[in-house]
Design a protein around this ligand. Structure first.
Ligand code: PLP
Length: 420
């Protein structure tokens, strides 16, 4: 209660902004994930890995646009690319050079992607990949996993997302090979595809076990179904994406977030024979979208991948994140509290739970008030992590910022250990 009172008292401008905007936007926003009670901060400005809110407070940005912000808020290389693209005309209403260049880069970096097409979001990319699988196999059913999040209309977690799209989903428990085997034994001939995140992101950075992911590959192949790996969040976690790291070759892969350089972005791609469905010279499927090949995204994405985030940089950032997670977990273990940080590389999530977290159901008993306490404690220390405990590193985040996070977590443990 003290933390909440202090938060409300020190953020009058954010509160006023929220009250005014709520007259026009339900909940004063267009992104449910950004809301928290009593009102969310309104951010005024960002630079590098720092954010300032409307009341002038400074925060180390540990959300980094839910992984899309790997480049931070003002990378000169991205700005220069965007400006150069805009000077040549924003919307060219035609095929353009930048589109092909970014496609080539993506196909070269992610070997399983032989052909790729662009969208404006990860949600659209997944919808298109599912559509491709239905047409390619002539089947109806899509296997997804409880806690999986594939976009605004493709969420299978506890928080109801409007999964009103006209697909026939079969929702299985995550990291459960036996359940997957049973489902394929029962319904294999009806299954068009398995759609899986190699690490559940929105449901708390729960890594898929290698044996589970490999079993999905085998089951899909044996049943004549496609494996679609949603790497919208995870492609940054290893030089060539997480599927490659596990030695798995998906039939289709979906991408998004940082690959557009911080601009709206999504992509789906994979086997050339499947993607040929979208070849207007021969394939039956149309795939349109006014801004799919917009020059700003294409330019920003290319600059980011080539100049700031080549495969070596992805590996280095992942190593930094893994080391941080190890240190945070060591602190929690030393304090003997039921708090742990799950995740892979530079993307992690705090969980107030002891024992292995294999699937979101393992977190059902967590007291949401602890999450809230952690969030407002970090905020009061100038650390912007997400209300659900999501913590992400970006390239411009320096060692001092990481030290401040560790200090804030240490303070939390010292102050509140008795509650954990
Ligand atoms: N898939 C995963 C794994 C995601 O994490 C997200 C976004 O958080 C999406 C898909 C949807 O991407 P977008 O928000 O660009 O529609």
């Amino acid at each position: 209660a003290n933390l909440l009172d202090a938060f409300a008292a020190s953020n009058p401008a954010s509160r006023e902004c929220f009250d005014i905007h709520a007259r026009y936007l339900p909940g004063a926003n267009s992104r449910s994930v950004l809301f928290y009670a009593p009102f969310p901060l309104t951010m005024a400005r960002g630079e590098g890995a720092v954010l300032w809110d409307l009341d002038g407070h400074r925060y180390d940005d540990f959300i980094a646009e839910y992984t899309a912000g790997v480049y931070g808020h003002s990378a000169p290389e991205i700005r220069a690319a965007v400006i150069e693209a805009m000077e040549g005309g924003i919307s060219l209403t035609g095929h353009n050079l930048r589109e092909g260049r970014l496609a080539q880069l993506i196909c070269e970096r992610f070997a399983q992607i032989e052909r790729v097409r662009f969208t404006n979001s990860g949600t659209e990319a997944n919808l298109m990949a599912i559509t491709a699988a239905l047409h390619f196999t002539g089947r109806r059913r899509i296997v997804v996993f409880s806690g999986g999040y594939h976009g605004g209309v493709l969420g299978f977690g506890a928080q109801p997302a409007p999964t009103t799209v006209p697909f026939d989903f079969l929702v299985l428990p995550y990291n459960d090979e036996a359940a997957a085997r049973a489902a394929f034994a029962r319904e294999g001939p009806d299954i068009a595809a398995v759609l899986v995140e190699p690490m559940l992101g929105a449901s708390g950075c729960i890594p898929g076990r290698p044996a589970f992911l490999q079993a999905l590959r085998t089951l899909a192949t044996d049943a004549g179904a496609l494996l679609i790996v949603d790497e919208v969040m995870t492609s940054r976690l290893a030089p060539h994406g997480l599927a490659a790291q596990h030695g798995i070759r998906p039939d289709l892969t979906t991408l998004g977030k940082y690959i557009g350089g911080g601009m709206p972005f999504g992509a789906f791609g994979g086997r050339a024979d499947i993607m040929a469905l979208f070849d207007p010279r021969s394939g039956p499927l149309a795939h349109s979208g006014t801004f799919n090949n917009n020059v700003v995204t294409m330019a920003a994405g290319h600059a980011g991948l080539t100049r700031l985030f080549p495969p070596e940089a992805a590996a280095a950032l992942a190593a930094r994140g893994a080391a941080l997670r190890d240190r945070l977990n060591a602190r929690c273990a030393a304090a003997g509290v039921a708090l742990q940080f799950t995740g892979i590389g530079s993307v992690m999530n705090a969980h107030f739970a002891a024992g292995e977290v294999r699937r979101p159901e393992d977190l059902a008993a967590v007291d949401a008030r602890l999450r809230q306490l952690f969030f407002f404690h970090l905020l009061a220390q100038g650390i912007y992590a997400s209300p659900r405990g999501f913590i992400v590193l970006s390239l411009p985040l320096d060692d001092d910022a990481i030290a401040r996070l560790e200090q804030a977590v240490g303070d939390f443990l010292a102050r509140f250990a008795a509650l954990l």
